[in-house]
Design a protein around this ligand. Structure first.
Ligand SMILES: [Zn+2]
Length: 79
């Protein structure tokens, strides 16, 4: 499961091991052996690593590029 969060400045990225700066977005993913699962180990990724791993992507909106951590259908399910 994916969860988009805002850093308190104390969260470390589990991929690049950098501290995610205060108020920056990051992603929590349930992972098992490097694969996304419903329930597994909680991994924290900064935006850069989330993009690299394919968990995040930029969507073209009228206002410009918008970063999203979710697939199109996930957003529809949530609203
Ligand atoms: Zn990172």
């Amino acid at each position: 499961m994916r969860q988009g969060c805002i850093s308190t400045g104390e969260t470390q990225c589990d991929s690049c091991h950098h501290i995610i700066p205060y108020s920056e977005r990051y992603l929590i993913v349930d992972e098992e052996k490097g694969k996304e699962v419903e329930k597994g180990k909680l991994m924290h990724y900064c935006v850069k690593c989330a993009l690299k791993k394919g968990y995040a992507h930029y969507k073209e909106e009228k206002e410009g590029k918008v970063l999203t951590f979710f697939e199109e259908e996930d957003i529809e399910k949530k609203s």
